[in-house]
Write a protein that binds this ligand. Structure first.
Ligand code: K7E
Ligand code: CUA
Length: 635
């Protein structure tokens, strides 16, 4: 949600809330006992859905089970998480690339034929224009792509295509491309927006640069992929087609119409392959002034926010957040107008289609429409920020609202079960509310965000449950639990990490100059080696392999008086750097409860004064090796 809406229409919000705040419990509670049954998942039983909530400026992803609304885990993505050593061990530290925050808005599950396939989850870091890929085999962040060159923040991101051919990123801000010193007053002349197509390797999900398109300097806002007939296109909303560069809360709302940009991504990739792109900062950039047939604009009233393609792929729904309608566009009409060359001029080389040539219907949903999701029965659900409601409406004639439900309060995104795919399940929708106010125990001036589970299975929407979330889910996605098959251990046979060892005999400490590498094992309940001798000033790299092949037996490695802690999961090898700054004794210990003798799992680093002779290779004492080998056999 854009902060400026909150400011410019604060009065309207206040009025809206005033009518909802009176303390009538019945009006807010849902249907009591029957609602409780619908969210009750017996102890020991599992939920039907995984839900992935973006963590906004916390930079993480929160995983919930639905319909119980139980928080299962948090996946660190753009922000270090010392408990597990994310951003602390060498591999994840390198992946974070020196950043310690991100603002994550839109989770995007990978798709096959337009349905979630349960392989990967992508999510954007808006300000730093990065996209992360989480592997759903182990719920770990495995790649962070970016900062994507030439982009000033990526809000319309990542919104995967139906076979995860691409994830996208479009610049929220505009800036000179390539970035250089200019006067801000030369905005319209010097600034440009960028739409970037990032390729996804179909085998392992690895992201790489596909193409960029130079766009007018509007604020590119949200996106969705075409599907079915519109497969091959990606749609982006924008605001500020006025090209204001200051006081946007006023200047960006002047024009009656902003735009949706429709990108033919196959044509764009083909143009790059044919050498029609110019390299800017090592990235192929297409300029629509020169390269035709890759992108078009069509008008949308009043500063649109969300753009959402319906399950059949026939309609593109854009919400004019400053009006009371969703505008529904027909893909077939858009295509016909493009094929007939019916344009109404262009904006910086991008042909503009006529509103009436593309529009199918306007649906009067209510005030402040932001985002739309779908069910399996031909209905759409649109979040209404100003009205604090969800409107349910029929996709198709007579294009009317059939139901509304109040939410508490000021909803941003909403998420229906598999509700942006070709086959939504139609079970639930979750309201992601910006303000929770009086819904939970008071914890001071800043309240948690509120999420609300709503049942879609009956003729009327029914509020089932409220649950708080930490800052700040924007979008979320919900996938059937049986589509995911996470692993329980990392098979040792597949551990090819360079620092890995597989027997206690291989455990050793090697020195090259000031660099010391400790190759060790963590197994219940021993570090091998548990005495490490180094010199003051050494750079020590600990490579710990957890030989366990038992579900849930992770060991920790925490060093006193340092920021060094990490967790090593069964079958995993992780490397962590520690600097021996001072002569003396530094204890370390297992920080993750692992067994009855967890407390005994510890060791010492003996740091001798600078220049003291230390053996180039140390091994654990032989009897200890035998002792540990015996331990391993009994585990
Ligand atoms: Cu509407 Cu960033 Cu998708 Cu907030 S965004 S709500
Ligand atoms: Cu190993 Cu606690």
């Amino acid at each position: 949600m854009k902060r400026w809406i909150v400011l410019s229409v604060a009065g309207v919000i206040a009025l809206g809330l005033a009518s909802q705040l009176p303390g009538c419990a019945a009006s807010r509670g849902g249907a009591g006992a029957s609602a409780a049954q619908k969210v009750y998942v017996k102890p020991g039983e599992h939920d039907a859905y995984y839900a992935f909530f973006s963590g906004g400026h916390s930079g993480s992803i929160y995983v919930y089970g639905m319909p119980s609304c139980r928080h299962i885990t948090t996946i660190p993505v753009f922000t270090p998480e010392p408990a597990v050593g994310y951003g602390v061990d060498e591999e994840s530290k390198a992946m974070l690339g020196g950043f310690t925050w991100g603002d994550a808005h839109h989770p995007g599950l990978s798709e096959t034929d337009g349905d979630y396939d349960g392989r990967w989850l992508f999510i954007n870091d808006m300000p730093n224009a990065r996209i992360a890929r989480i592997d759903l085999k182990d719920f770990k962040t495995r790649q962070i792509f970016g900062p994507i060159p030439n982009l000033s923040a990526a809000h319309a991101c990542p919104f995967p295509t139906p076979n995860t051919e691409y994830v996208f990123a479009a610049s929220r801000f505009s800036a000179p491309v390539p970035n250089r010193y200019v006067r801000v007053e030369d905005y319209a002349k010097e600034f440009r927006g960028i739409i970037a197509g990032v390729k996804v390797d179909p085998k392992d999900g690895t992201m790489s640069m596909g193409f960029e398109i130079l766009m007018p300097p509007f604020n590119w806002d949200l996106a969705d992929a075409g599907k079915g007939p519109s497969h091959g296109w990606e749609f982006f909303t924008c605001y500020n087609s006025e090209m204001g560069f200051d006081s946007l809360e006023v200047k960006a709302s002047q024009a009656e119409m902003d735009f949706v940009a429709a990108v033919d991504w196959r044509a764009a990739q083909k143009a790059v392959d044919e050498g029609k792109a110019k390299m800017i900062n090592g990235t192929p950039v297409l300029d629509p002034q020169q390269v035709k047939g890759i992108v078009y604009l069509f008008p949308v009233p009043k500063s649109p926010h969300g753009v959402d393609v319906n399950p059949s792929g026939e309609y593109i729904c854009a919400s004019g957040k400053l009006q009371a309608d969703v505008s529904v566009y027909s893909y077939a009409k858009m295509k016909a107008a493009i094929d007939a060359g019916k344009f109404d001029g262009d904006r910086m080389g991008v042909p503009v289609l006529k509103y009436e040539d593309v529009l199918e219907a306007t649906v009067p949903v209510g005030l402040g429409p932001l985002h739309t999701q779908f069910d399996d029965k031909g209905y759409a659900y649109t979040s209404l920020f100003l009205d604090s409601q969800i409107a349910k409406w029929k996709v198709g004639p007579p294009w009317q609202v059939v139901d509304k439900i109040d939410v508490y309060y000021s909803i941003g995104h909403l998420m229906a079960s598999e509700g942006d795919t070709r086959h939504p399940t139609g079970d639930y929708v979750v309201a992601l509310d910006k303000l929770s106010k009086d819904r939970y125990l008071n914890v001071g001036p800043t309240h948690p965000e509120a999420a609300q589970l709503i049942d879609l299975r009956g003729p009327k929407m029914e509020l089932l449950y409220d649950f708080p979330t930490y800052l700040e889910p924007h979008y979320a996605q919900m996938i059937k639990a049986d589509k995911l098959k996470p692993i329980t251990v990392y098979p040792m046979a597949e551990n090819h990490k360079s620092g890995a060892i597989k027997t206690a005999e291989e455990a050793r400490i090697e020195r090259k100059g000031n660099r010391v590498d400790v190759y060790g094992l963590v197994v219940r309940t021993h570090f091998t080696p548990d005495i490490v001798r180094v010199n003051e000033g050494d750079d020590v790299y600990f490579h710990w392999t957890n030989l366990e092949q038992d579900d849930d037996i992770a060991h920790g490695f925490g060093i006193l008086w340092s920021s060094c802690n990490m967790q090593v999961e069964p079958g995993e090898t992780k490397t962590m750097h520690w600097k021996a700054t001072k002569a003396g004794i530094t204890p370390f210990y297992c920080s993750n409860f692992c067994s009855a003798l967890h407390q005994e799992m510890q060791g010492y680093i003996e740091v001798s004064p600078r220049g003291t002779p230390v053996a180039a290779v140390q091994r654990p004492e032989s009897e200890k090796t035998a002792e540990v080998a015996a331990l391993l056999k009994t585990e």
